[in-house]
Design a protein around this ligand. Structure first.
Ligand SMILES: Cc1cc2nc3c(=O)[nH]c(=O)nc-3n(C[C@H](O)[C@H](O)[C@H](O)COP(=O)(O)O)c2cc1C
Length: 360
């Protein structure tokens, strides 16, 4: 799927309000897919302020480390009253660790748990598993069933179509997961072997949708302009769409889809709104990380630089700034000078693995 310059008619979808996942009522059918290293608390909060987001999921959190309350895991699950609805994604360890992490999340009042079915458990426990669980349905179901039984929170699963083209397992697994009490499935329409190559297979997503009785299936993969999300829903019949890189490229995508379903034209952000988003993203980061935000935000310099058409010298300073005052100075110069450089759609700035993907 890709954007085109002459706007074709938008695929027709009659919106039927939000969506239920278990007892959770979600305000829209457009979700944020987890992008480890990007979809952190500050980014999620900034996105939610823009509007239209139905559900966000944390970056994947290692179950064993969460149970041990390792600092990094606690940072990953850090949340805020504004950061709602939120699901925490767990992976790794064995069944006991996944169950332990699920119980930890329930006792800390989180509202939903997602199991990453592409986790490299083979490496962790040496017994095979991880994305291989996609080929080992019995083992995967036993594991998921125990997590479901351990908590009263809705448990969901995110997976790919299968190990490779010759072993497409998601329809069968989705059906089995529903039988053991999983409340929704997110399906990235590629195989583990494909990594991020090729294009998303909408028929594969449709086959997964067709395999379940009543739980929502959330389609995922390659949604860029909002029309792609509508098209995915129309072609596959999926109940909702999870958008990852498309939300980094265009944090206004959820608002645009909400506009569309209200029968209004999709609002493009003004230049000022775009700079405001950058500033807000950093400000929200400082609430969690204080001065360390200056270092953490550097990673986004190239991203915003390309997106906002920030002149090279300012982008360079955004990569090196050391304190809040310097940040403010850079932002006020950006307000005056952004657009001096031609802005680009910088998908390439979100690094994806070259080959097969073990975790996601
Ligand atoms: C940098 C990066 C990090 C990701 N991290 C996760 C993750 O933590 N958990 C997960 O389930 N998927 C993860 N994914 C996969 C995405 O959630 C999504 O399935 C994939 O990018 C396809 O959707 P998109 O085209 O909308 O980005 C990651 C993808 C990328 C590119």
């Amino acid at each position: 799927m890709s954007a085109s310059s002459t706007a074709p008619p938008l695929p027709e979808i009659v919106e039927s309000a939000g969506l239920l996942i278990g007892h959770r009522e979600l305000p829209s059918r457009y979700f944020l897919a987890p992008l480890a290293g990007y979809t952190h608390l500050a980014f999620r909060r900034a996105l939610r302020e823009v509007g239209g987001l139905g559900l966000a999921t944390t970056d994947l959190v290692h179950a064993t480390q969460l149970c041990g309350e390792h600092r990094h895991s606690l940072e990953l699950v850090a949340t805020h009253l504004d950061d709602n609805p939120l699901t925490v994604q767990i992976f790794g360890g064995g069944v006991e660790q996944l169950v332990g992490a699920a119980r930890w999340l329930e006792s800390h009042r989180y509202a939903g748990i997602d199991i990453n079915m592409g986790c490299p458990m083979a490496k962790v426990n040496g017994q095979g598993g991880g994305a291989r669980l996609l080929c080992d349905a019995d083992n995967a179901c036993r594991m998921v069933e125990q997590v479901v039984a351990a908590v009263s929170l809705p448990v969901t699963v995110k997976m790919r179509l299968g190990w490779d083209r010759d072993s497409i397992s998601s329809p069968y697994l989705a059906k089995r997961f529903e039988e053991v009490g999983v409340q929704a499935i997110t399906i990235h329409g590629r195989t583990r072997q494909q990594g991020f190559q090729g294009v998303v297979d909408l028929e594969g997503i449709a086959a997964t949708v067709a395999a379940v009785k009543s739980i929502p299936v959330i389609g995922n993969g390659d949604v860029r302009p909002p029309a792609d999300a509508l098209q995915m829903r129309r072609v596959t019949g999926c109940a909702a769409v999870a958008i990852g890189r498309g939300a980094m490229l265009d944090p206004w995508i959820f608002r645009k889809l909400a506009d569309h379903h209200r029968g209004q034209p999709m609002r493009e952000p003004t230049r000022d709104e775009q700079v405001d988003f950058l500033a807000r993203h950093f400000q929200l980061m400082t609430e969690q990380h204080a001065e360390r935000s200056c270092i953490l935000f550097r990673k986004f310099a190239a991203w915003y630089g390309a997106k906002l058409g920030i002149p090279e010298d300012l982008e360079h300073r955004l990569r090196l700034f050391n304190d809040f005052t310097e940040f403010e100075q850079i932002v006020s110069e950006i307000r005056e000078r952004h657009g001096e450089r031609r802005n680009t759609i910088a998908t390439a700035l979100i690094k994806v693995p070259n080959g097969p993907v073990e975790r996601w």
